[in-house]
Design a protein around this ligand. Structure first.
Ligand code: SAH
Length: 345
């Protein structure tokens, strides 16, 4: 399998070009072709020497993603299923907001975290997605938005997979899409969502990237959380929240906590009180998500009025919370559903 041409930081291109005796400025030329002109082949890069184009063409993959299906929701959400060169499939979603377009990227094919409510983990982990394949997911969306004169303004690493388990490639991806010679997506408009891999959160904090950290909490006590998320047996709630505090202290970025409300599991007012007590000292925002139905999981949603009560209780306790507006529920745009429907490969 040839590596994707989209998978290199500008500095990595510069080092590579220096090693083959080419001037550094060619790296910027390549970046402009790829990301600003959205070139679709090496042949199009008319100001690069012919020999160089030929040798890059022979050693790199220009397009590794093949569109299998595309679904468009009534609310404008677009969901792609892409096939990778080894036949594995991943999902990518474009969501339209008043403030811009965000793209939800998959960082692994499948997942091994085993969360009980999630469809992505049903078949286990197949492999990591490479940085180039992550960038290509964004490029496919950007090309589509180009037709409307729109751009990808934010990116969430919230598709299938655990981004902090594929740390190097996820960070390379972020460096590439935020580069000023490339897509120029702002660091502040990037969100990494994690099950809560504590050592990786410390590492991310120390690297000071200024991206938003979203933590999938989903429960307010260890017993409940361990039942829903096996990772909690390795890193319990207190050690996770300590890492979150450290992340805020280092970066000044407020933490987002995701909390999927599942009928009868984690959705009592008492749970909201416990949650508020846990989060009191962390500058944060809580995203309440009515759990998406996954046929294999047989979990149901908390009724609407009870969700409201849960949110109101958090507000009473001075915890900032919103109920996530649903996007794309009519096209199964949630959490590995499309891939599961097509038979995970
Ligand atoms: N592995 C990372 C990112 C991928 S999942 C993480 O766990 O954060 C993105 C978000 O979708 C997570 O908050 C996850 O818990 C949530 N999620 C998974 N299945 C869901 C479902 N059926 N309903 C609602 N949210 C779900």
């Amino acid at each position: 399998m040839k590596p994707s041409i989209y998978g290199y930081r500008l500095s990595e291109w510069q080092d590579y070009l220096a090693s083959i005796g080419q001037p550094k400025f060619r790296a910027v030329q390549i970046y402009h072709w790829l990301f600003q002109n959205r070139a679709d082949s090496l042949q199009a890069m008319s100001d690069l020497p012919m020999l160089m184009r030929q040798s890059l063409d022979a050693s790199m993959q220009f397009t590794s993603l093949q569109e299998v299906t595309r679904q468009v929701s009534k609310d404008g959400t677009i969901k792609f299923l892409f096939r990778l060169p080894d036949q594995a499939t991943i999902e990518t979603v474009i969501m339209r907001h008043d403030y811009g377009n965000s793209v939800c990227v998959s960082t692994q094919v499948g997942c091994k975290m085993g969360c009980k409510f999630c469809a992505s983990t049903l078949g286990g982990l197949v492999r990591n997605v490479t940085a180039g394949e992550m960038v290509e997911q964004v490029m496919m969306c950007q090309r589509l938005l180009d037709r409307e004169g729109e751009r990808v303004s934010s990116v969430v690493l919230m598709g299938s997979g655990e981004p902090l388990e594929n740390y190097e490639e996820a960070m390379r991806f972020i460096d590439i899409i935020t580069d000023q010679e490339g897509l120029k997506i702002g660091q502040r408009h990037i969100t990494v969502s994690t099950v809560g891999l504590v050592p990786a959160i410390y590492r991310l904090a120390d690297e000071m990237r200024g991206i938003t950290l979203a933590v999938s909490l989903h429960a307010a006590d260890d017993e409940t959380r361990s039942k829903m998320m096996p990772v909690n047996r390795a890193y319990d709630i207190l050690s996770l929240l300590e890492a979150c505090k450290y992340y805020f202290d280092k970066t000044g970025r407020r933490i987002t906590f995701e909390y999927a409300l599942i009928n009868g599991h984690n959705d009592k007012v008492e749970d909201a009180r416990k949650l508020a007590a846990l989060l009191r000292t962390i500058p944060c925002h809580v995203n309440l998500i009515p759990v998406n139905y996954v046929p294999e999981r047989n979990l149901t949603r908390t009724p609407q009025d009870q969700i409201r009560e849960f949110a109101d209780e958090l507000e009473r306790q001075h915890i900032n919370a919103t109920v996530r507006r649903e996007k794309g529920s009519d096209i199964a745009a949630a959490c590995g559903q499309l891939r599961a429907q097509h038979g995970a490969e």
